[in-house]
Design a protein around this ligand. Structure first.
Ligand code: BGC
Length: 844
């Protein structure tokens, strides 16, 4: 029998014999809790045992399983006795399990109780042992955290390039390799759950989470996210999370957690397909904190049940985002700030399809637990619905092997932290985009006198490295309170200054300028993602060195940022950076080469600054190996190969411009001055030519039967140096019953070719990217590839693909809910009957 309610509220007492057994057996306890044998095997895969344990749980214990509690910033390590006075009814971490029966804990960002890997795994193991032995159910907790570009929770970790950089690489295998390493590190640390990949389509550089989005192209985003989910989950001990479902990436005017700027057609053809691709490989989903078409996603039955579960067949765990029941009140003003508003938030959220509530800083777990219990006891929420969620949560724990082995070997983490250096370095190099290179200003010869300047110090403390990592790295969004030493784990890293100095020695002069990362305040003061300045002394030193420098490398860009206060209203560089570039331009001799290196999580920078520079390298936030990647690229040891995964508008006033929008791109008669660099732009130190584009078949009878064709094209490296090149195949012209996007990416491949050589590449084209929603404005019809002629293009090479008949590839049904005639949330026999009754009534 399983129970163990310690509330003293009259429910059944703990079974002493079981408790003694649990204490004595440790790990075996959890397995026995679900009736698994010593080796964890069960004839039906453990499902029946899960039903049995569910039957034996009290309502308190069930709701506890649905509760996830943040254990951030504990300060003194963590064990059952660690003080936990953030929330009521739990004085220590141990109380969370014995008093509240919580089923899950989290560390948001890099703000865990310790940044030391060995301490972490020992702490988590001890906590798990205590939990399993004392919670009265023997059910292990599942630990989750954000390890969004490496396991950046720990000191000395490898911080892989950020998601935007991953999009630049188009290197699905390498991105997956980084995810595999991250998953292994999380498992070795004792963790079980990564709150990634982020699968939010990019549309608006003003959004403070732009750096998290991989791409504005749905297929590229979906494929990278799928690979990352697969990588995280590879070891079988870690769950991935598709987030933030759905539409989080297009908040109105770029304001975080605002309602999405989308339409039913956009949602169904661009946004949902990316999530759906990633769902194939992920066990869990996190919900969009914003709203879609006037409905907060957390209470949308349509999104969380009709689309996610019924249409997409997802059967895993759905988690709220941080405090998001409370946000229905405070952020969305969807419900009043009253007791009944709070009750409605939970009731509507759970009924919409949520399984677990992430209690962040605002909501004490007791507020969620007590209200949910009361909703069930008062008959407002059915216990069957609770059971459904708890079954999914237990199933997740079973699939992760938690019942068999709730704790992990403490000796593995040491070897993993800071590893996968090859993957990280290669990914960092591939993730740089050469935006402009006038008169072959780059690569540098290596023999020149170089001045390196740009934002880099705060009160004498070197802090440019913050710019190379971005959010979700040090502390939460990059740094807290400007205190470099106290906050956040430091990743393993090399820096641009360090690598340039190693290469150039005395020929390098480094004059860093002022930069204070202040993400909390900057939104209120300047929207610049940091504070930037050039002091009089720095200005004099720059002017002095510029006179003799043959090359000036100016680092430009943004400080680390995230979420709401990462939001901005500018695309141009901050004033101090613009002035710095103009100063350098004015002070250098005619023959000096001016190179800008942009460290930013968005398209930051406009022509007014770029026109002063000979070459511009967009480095994004390349992470631990930024120094090696940028330096080797500047000197030509690495030939840049990255391509922009987004459209770089000319000015913030043109936002949003995306490459696959509907024509026209600008008002009739206007000059095409809206875009600075197109999606897919990226220069190389060599030249590339395409020839012989061919399709494996030129005619498709029915796309539902033949969902892809293969394009072959020859790529010739006509320049003097070897290089890598991303070949992209687009649909550039087509006509149908609704507007067709300006262009659509159908496939891509990375290829390595020596100087003077040619390679023929075969690229599978995913025809589902050609699907549209036919019909008039509502956009509720089933998705189709319509018949017609589709121009397929690789550079200037074109071919024609003829589709003879309409066919559906991804979504053979109309919009979910369209046939819910009686509006009860289900499309079932009752709807047919209701339709019949209505027809009858009309006939009478
Ligand atoms: C973010 C999520 C994240 C969660 C936990 C929230 O603020 O929106 O993406 O997973 O915090 O750290």
């Amino acid at each position: 029998m399983v129970n163990g309610n310690s509330h003293g509220d009259g429910s059944e007492p703990v079974d002493e014999s079981r408790r003694t057994f649990m204490r004595a057996t440790g790990a075996a306890t959890a397995a026995s809790a679900v009736g698994l044998g010593a080796n964890g095997a069960a004839a039906d895969g453990g499902r029946r045992e899960i039903d049995r344990i569910l039957d034996e749980l009290t309502l308190e214990q069930k709701v506890g399983q649905m509760t996830q509690v943040a254990i951030d910033d504990l300060g003194e390590g963590f064990g059952p006795e660690t003080a936990f006075d953030d929330h009521d009814n739990a004085d220590t971490l141990g109380d969370l399990f014995t008093e509240l029966h919580v089923g899950s804990i989290l560390n948001g960002g890099a703000s865990g109780p310790t940044f030391d890997g060995e301490e972490y795994v020992a702490g988590l193991n001890a906590l798990q042992k205590f939990n399993v032995e004392h919670n009265g159910t023997g059910i292990p907790f599942v630990w989750g955290g954000d390890s969004l570009h490496g396991n950046t929770l720990l000191d000395g970790c490898t911080s892989f390039p950020q998601r935007l950089n991953m999009g630049v690489t188009r290197d699905v295998d390498l991105v997956e390799a980084a995810a595999i390493h991250t998953g292994n590190e999380i498992a070795a640390m004792g963790g079980h759950w990564i709150f990634g990949p982020t699968v939010d389509l990019l549309r608006d550089m003003r959004w403070g989470r732009y750096f998290e989005g991989h791409s504005e192209d749905s297929m590229l985003l979906g494929e990278l996210a799928k690979a990352r989910a697969r990588g995280f989950e590879r070891n079988g001990r870690v769950a991935a999370t598709v987030k933030h479902f759905a539409g989080y990436g297009t908040p109105n005017t770029g304001k975080d957690r605002a309602h999405a700027r989308t339409s039913m057609r956009d949602l169904r053809t661009r946004q949902l397909p990316a999530y759906r691709r990633a769902l194939e490989e992920a066990k869990t989903v996190m919900v969009n904190s914003g709203a879609v078409n006037g409905k907060p996603a957390h209470v949308s039955h349509w999104l969380l049940t009709q689309v996610l579960r019924e249409r997409f067949g997802f059967d895993g765990v759905v988690l709220t985002d941080w405090d998001d029941f409370e946000r229905l009140i405070s952020n969305h003003e969807y419900l009043p700030d009253t007791e009944s508003g709070w009750r409605q938030a939970i009731k509507q959220g759970i009924e919409a399809g949520i399984d677990m509530h992430m209690c962040g800083g605002e909501t004490p777990p007791t507020a969620f637990i007590e209200t949910t219990i009361d909703l069930v006891e008062s008959g407002e929420l059915s216990e069957a619905r609770i059971d459904e969620s708890v079954r999914r949560i237990l199933e997740l724990k079973r699939e992760l092997g938690l019942f068999e082995t709730p704790s992990v070997d403490e000796g593995e983490i040491g070897d993993l932290v800071g590893g996968a250096r090859d993957v990280s370095e290669r990914l960092a190099k591939e993730s740089l985009v050469l935006l402009q290179n006038e008169d072959d200003a780059l690569p540098l010869s290596g023999g020149e006198e170089v001045l390196l300047t740009g934002p880099g110090v705060e009160d004498g403390t070197p802090n440019r490295f913050l710019m190379q990592h971005g959010g979700w790295t040090l502390g939460w969004q990059g740094i807290e309170d400007g205190d470099l030493t106290a906050d956040g784990p430091r990743p393993r890293q090399n820096t641009i200054a360090g690598e340039l100095e190693a290469r150039l020695g005395d020929r390098l002069t480094h004059v860093p300028t002022e930069f204070r990362a202040a993400p909390y305040e900057s939104i209120f003061e300047n929207f610049d993602n940091g504070f930037f300045d050039v002091t009089d002394e720095q200005e004099a030193a720059i002017a002095d060195a510029a006179g003799t420098a043959e090359t000036v490398v100016v680092v430009l860009g943004e400080g680390p940022h995230n979420e709401g206060f990462g939001d901005r209203d500018k695309m141009r560089f901050p004033e101090a950076q613009r002035d710095l570039v103009e100063l350098v331009d004015a002070e250098t001799g005619d023959d000096a080469t001016l190179v800008g290196v942009v460290l930013a999580g968005s398209p930051r920078g406009t022509q007014e600054t770029f026109e002063h520079l000979d070459a511009v390298l967009f480095a994004g936030q390349p992470g631990s190996d930024a120094g090696v990647a940028v330096t080797e690229t500047l000197f030509g040891d690495y030939n840049p190969s990255g391509k922009l995964p987004f459209t770089w508008e000319a000015n913030v006033g043109h936002v949003p411009q995306f490459y696959d929008e509907y024509p026209p791109r600008q008002s009739v008669g206007a000059e095409d001055g809206t875009v600075q660099y197109e999606f897919g732009h990226g220069l190389s130190y060599t030249d590339w030519e395409y020839s012989g584009l061919d399709l494996s078949r030129e005619t498709i009878g029915k796309p539902s039967a033949k969902t892809s064709v293969t394009a072959t094209v020859t790529v010739e490296n006509t320049g003097d140096v070897a290089g890598e090149h991303i070949v992209e195949v687009y649909n550039t012209e087509s006509y149908g019953s609704v507007l067709q996007p300006h262009r659509r990416l159908l496939g891509f491949e990375r290829v390595q070719v020596d100087a003077g050589d040619a390679e023929t590449v075969a690229i599978d084209l995913d025809l589902s990217t050609l699907e549209v929603v036919p019909g008039d404005v509502p956009g509720h019809r089933r998705k189709l590839v319509e018949p017609g002629e589709y121009e397929i293009a690789v550079g200037d090479e074109t071919a024609t693909l003829t589709v003879r008949n309409a066919g559906t590839i991804t979504d053979p049904e109309p919009m979910p809910g369209r046939y819910d005639i009686d509006a009860n949330g289900d499309e079932d026999l009752d709807d047919v009957m209701e339709l019949y009754r209505r027809i009858k009534r009309r006939e009478r």
